[in-house]
Unconditional design. Structure first.
Length: 550
């Protein structure tokens, strides 16, 4: 028991130690706490009104006359939402949090702690984290929604909330352990990283796709089919915990016991899989490194023969082998596919160029952290900051220009707009706005990446996570996007004027392009000056971040 408590205390000791290293970590942690408190309070308020229910006048007479609305509305809602939360948490754990940084099985393997004690202690440390505490408090308060059904149902919901959080945490830890154990080659890990990211983005768009299909008549909703799907889903570990209060309400005691057995077996199975992964990692040989095949000087042979050209060659070579930044080449195509599905709005697909430009430089906003210690040699040589910023802009700017340009021409052909003048005007409007957005993002990134650096996963372990990364990773991109939106205000004003006054939209596209080029030029100049002044601090920060990846 002492070992378990020590592991839990160590989890919080590492968290507070990380907060002492950076003010921005503290800011991110406070924002996370505020968001968690908001979720708990919001859940409590919704649960209170759901227990009345205050919308009784909106229900049909047969549902409003008694509490049948609980089984007709709340039951399928809780089952579906519970499954979505479980799946999304597991995917986010793999993509964002990874192996949990310092608190993972491999880092404790050398201390002689019995495997079962170690696995149980790390599971308890996860359950004592802020997300798990927020989840348990929220599901406990949600029991107020069942207060009209009696005290036994309320008590069952409290127990079900604990089981749900433990099940979700167990499934997420099991999947992360399996990924780290089975995906041992760099190629397989990189492929999985991309696939998981795409799954998260597509899953976020499923409700819109579903609603659009129903509105257009391509999909006919079947109440019986939906009820059958919910029934089957309630028997899976994804939603079984959320079904327990309704089993008590309906007096289905056998179903209640069977579902509790399913949850307990799932938790036990996840625990055993974690043990198997730990033991396998101890005896498995590391993957054999493939022999490097070098042909010529690569990008160094055709980039400009200058300091900025050398920086461009280094960045491009690094970018080709970095799975963490591969999403900048996938997101624009994904936006085209998602917006292209919305056939009820023929011109809707064009805005994918703007969204693609918005996300193309998001990794460059922390570009020095992705370089890691490779930047130290550059600093020792004494490369001026302006040359560094110019070299990086050359790579990302060319990629954005060519990529969005080709994508715009593809949209022009696919939509059949090439034969009309309005089609070419749409291309000029949205391509100019998309490129302007990409340039603004790149210009902002060249400044902010010299000011605010936060830890990133190791390039060899893209699913791992340095301690404290999740807080900064959530806050800093938000700050970056906020600054981008401020810099895009001139483009937004002209775009609104074009809609109100009625002048051609391609003028807004040209203004957006000019807006982007201006911010990009200022970003290269200002970013270079900031880098020159903060160079020793940047190197020291990169050394500190590199130590978190071990």
């Amino acid at each position: 028991m002492n070992r378990l408590l020590t592991i839990v205390r160590l989890r919080w000791a590492l968290t507070f130690a990380t907060l002492h290293r950076s003010v921005w970590q503290v800011v991110g942690f406070v924002i996370g706490l505020m968001f968690g408190a908001g979720v708990v309070v919001g859940t409590g308020v919704v649960a209170w009104f759901a227990g009345i229910p205050f919308f009784r006048g909106l229900l049909p007479a047969d549902l409003a006359a008694n509490d049948a609305w609980m089984t007709a509305i709340m039951q399928p809602t809780m089952v579906v939402v519970g499954a979505m939360v479980t799946v999304s948490t597991a995917l986010a754990q793999i993509l964002v949090i990874g192996e949990g940084g310092t608190m993972n099985l491999r880092n404790f393997a050398i201390y002689g702690i019995p495997d079962r004690t170690l696995n149980l202690g790390l599971t308890l440390s996860t359950l004592c984290g802020v997300p798990s505490i927020v989840g348990m408090l929220s599901l406990t308060l949600w029991s107020m929604a069942y207060r009209r059904a009696g005290g036994l149902v309320v008590l069952t919901q409290i127990v079900a909330g604990v089981l749900a959080i433990v099940t979700i945490a167990s499934i997420a830890k099991m999947l992360v352990a399996l990924v780290g154990t089975l995906m041992r080659s760099k190629r397989s890990s990189n492929a999985l990283y991309v696939i998981v990211t795409l799954l998260i983005v597509v899953a976020a768009q499923l409700p819109n796709m579903f609603a659009q299909s129903m509105a257009s008549g391509r999909f006919e909703f079947s109440a019986s089919g939906f009820s059958s799907a919910v029934g089957w889903l309630a028997w899976t570990p994804l939603s079984a915990a959320f079904q327990l209060p309704f089993d008590v309400l309906a007096g289905r005691w056998v179903a209640l016991l069977v579902r509790m057995v399913i949850l307990l077996v799932t938790i036990a199975a996840c625990y055993e899989v974690g043990l198997w992964c730990l033991r396998r990692d101890r005896v498995a040989a590391p993957p054999a490194a493939a022999g490097a095949r070098v042909k010529g000087a690569g990008a160094f042979g055709w980039m400009p023969d200058s300091r900025s050209g050398a920086i461009s060659a280094r960045v491009l070579t690094h970018l080709r082998h970095d799975p963490r930044q591969s999403m900048i080449l996938i997101m624009p195509i994904l936006f085209v596919v998602i917006f292209g599905i919305r056939t009820e709005l023929p011109g809707f697909i064009w805005q994918s160029l703007i969204w693609g430009g918005l996300f193309m430089s998001i990794t460059e906003s922390n570009g020095l952290a992705y370089d890691g210690r490779g930047f130290t040699m550059q600093a020792q040589v004494g490369v001026p900051g302006r040359d560094d910023r110019l070299g990086r802009v050359r790579v990302y700017g060319v990629i954005a220009t060519v990529y969005l340009g080709v994508l715009g021409l593809v949209i022009l052909v696919v939509t059949g707009s090439a034969a009309s003048v309005s089609g070419w005007q749409s291309l000029m409007t949205f391509l100019g706005a998309g490129l302007g957005t990409a340039y603004v993002g790149l210009g902002v990134a060249e400044v902010i990446s010299c000011l605010f650096l936060y830890p990133v996963a190791s390039i060899d372990r893209p699913f791992s996570s340095p301690q404290g990364r999740a807080l900064a990773q959530g806050f800093m991109p938000f700050l970056y996007m906020l600054i981008m939106l401020v810099m895009l205000v001139p483009t937004g004003v002209v775009a609104i004027m074009s809609l109100v006054v009625g002048f051609p939209g391609w003028i807004a596209g040209l203004v957006g392009l000019a807006n982007g080029l201006l911010v990009l030029a200022v970003g290269v100049w200002l970013g270079g000056r900031v880098m020159d002044r903060r160079l020793p601090s940047i190197v020291a920060t990169l050394q500190s971040l590199a130590s978190l990846q071990k």
